[in-house]
Design a protein around this ligand. Structure first.
Ligand code: EPZ
Length: 420
């Protein structure tokens, strides 16, 4: 297993290009199952998750090629059930269920199960499929959805923590080939949902309202092939903006979408990190001392849960008390105990973490537990004095394209090594 070895204390300087969005690419790749014609998806980040999705599409019978950031997908003839182990390993693959149900009127996929950040049920996905007339059966670790026909209907998809991103994506895709009009209420408004709707409409779907809590889908008989360029990864962008602030450097992001980052930029600003637009680029650097800030994670356009951990590393350096409240996932503080190894002073009180910031961090061996927690450990390691070893970086490779090469380009002393 591989680790990152980081010699901290170097301010990051320079510019990098933001990759395509993992969380947009995954459902968009799955959407290619909706047609028997070829689709070309560009700016697909080269990650273990996107390569996993390619394998899953191939296991369903599709032809899948990936080169130079472009995925060429052709689901001419496919089957309705995917390899149990493949789907079980990557939660995001649940979004093949909607396209399979729409195209074949049946889908059999392994239940995704929980992960370290929470139980992550799919009850809302299934509620959506049932509202279109599908019968749901859960057996042997599989969920099976089947329907003689799918009929448009209204469905409310709000849950315990508000809307569901992949649930909205799945029901939207299932409804594209249904009969009549489907209205999704309390839909997720994330840019990734909007990007998926844009691709589906390019395939001939009739979707309006994506990006708002009410999405309307007028079912069509058939969809055709299409080409699409995935939006930039706002979570990767936010990670590098926080790293610039944590190392007291100046980083230019090329190709980031400022509109998608408003809540993040607002909190960075509050914490003493200025983020300004220079033409099509975003430039981040400290303005004076870091300051504490309170953060509550919320559905989009609120502060993203996928940036909570990275901001915690930054705020651990800001003298004063910051309160970070996680409202989306019930156990997304795995990074707290590892940040404490680097000297951070953080206490968990229910859904909140109380960060007593300002203590200098010092390097130590730490363990990654999930994708965004690992990014937080890298940021803390870059800011810490001495050497930090971040173990199990396979978590990072799931969602960050060439993170070490990009950081090296910004002057970081980081290298990928075999775990010792
Ligand atoms: C997507 O996951 C992202 N993953 C996650 O990013 C992100 O954290 C999450 O949205 C929230 O923004 C991908 O897009 C591949 P949800 P998703 O359904 O769709 C509850 C990363 O780091 N819920 O919006 O699976 C659920 O338990 C990953 O890149 C139900 O109760 O998340 C959670 O508390 C991590 N029932 C909340 O809703 C359901 O049927 C939001 O989950 C579905 C969800």
């Amino acid at each position: 297993m591989e680790s990152f070895l980081i010699k901290g204390g170097v301010p990051l300087h320079g510019d990098i290009v933001v990759s395509g969005s993992k969380n947009a690419a995954l459902p968009i790749m799955a959407a290619a199952l909706l047609t028997d014609e070829p689709c070309v998806i560009r700016r697909v980040p080269d990650l273990s998750d996107t390569r996993f999705m390619l394998k899953i599409l191939e296991s369903l019978g599709a032809r899948a090629e990936f080169a130079g950031g472009a995925a060429t997908l052709h689901a001419r003839k496919i089957q309705g059930y995917a390899d149990y182990e493949l789907v079980r390993k990557m939660r995001g693959s649940i979004c093949i269920a909607g396209p399979l149900l729409a195209r074949l009127r049946k889908a059999r996929v392994s239940l995704p199960g929980g992960c370290v950040i929470g139980a992550r049920p799919i009850n809302l996905h299934l509620k959506g499929f049932e509202s279109l007339g599908a019968k749901i059966k859960i057996e042997g670790g599989y969920v099976e959805a089947s329907a003689k026909k799918l009929v448009g209907n209204s469905v409310f998809l709000g849950g315990r923590a508000g809307p569901t991103v992949l649930g909205t994506a799945n029901v939207m895709m299932a409804a594209t080939l249904g009969e009549g009009i489907t209205v999704i209420e309390s839909a997720a408004c994330e840019p990734e949902v909007m990007d998926l709707a844009k691709f589906l409409n390019a395939m001939g779907a009739q979707i309006s309202g994506a990006g708002s809590p009410t999405i309307t889908i007028a079912g069509v008989e058939k969809l055709h092939g299409a080409e699409h360029e995935v939006i930039p990864d706002r979570i990767e962008a936010a990670t590098f903006l926080a790293a610039a602030g944590a190392t007291n450097g100046e980083v230019t992001l090329r190709g980031a979408c400022a509109e998608h980052l408003r809540a993040v930029v607002d909190k960075l600003n509050e914490a003493g990190v200025a983020v300004e637009r220079r033409g099509a680029n975003l430039v981040a650097r400290r303005k004076g001392k870091l300051k504490p800030a309170d953060i509550t994670t919320l559905p989009y356009a609120g502060f993203p849960t996928d940036v909570q951990a990275q901001m915690m590393s930054l705020l651990a350096l800001a003298p004063g008390i910051s309160i970070i409240t996680e409202r989306i996932f019930e156990s997304r503080f795995m990074h707290v105990s590892e940040l404490a190894r680097l000297g951070a002073d953080i206490e968990i009180e229910g859904p909140s973490a109380i960060v007593k910031g300002g203590r200098p961090l010092s390097g130590a061996p730490v363990m990654a537990s999930d994708l965004r927690a690992s990014a937080a450990l890298v940021i803390a390691g870059l800011a810490a004095k001495g050497e930090t070893q971040v173990n199990r970086i396979y978590h990072l490779d799931r969602g960050y394209e060439q993170m070490d090469a990009k950081l090296q380009k910004l002057g970081a002393r980081i290298e990928r090594v075999e775990e010792r």
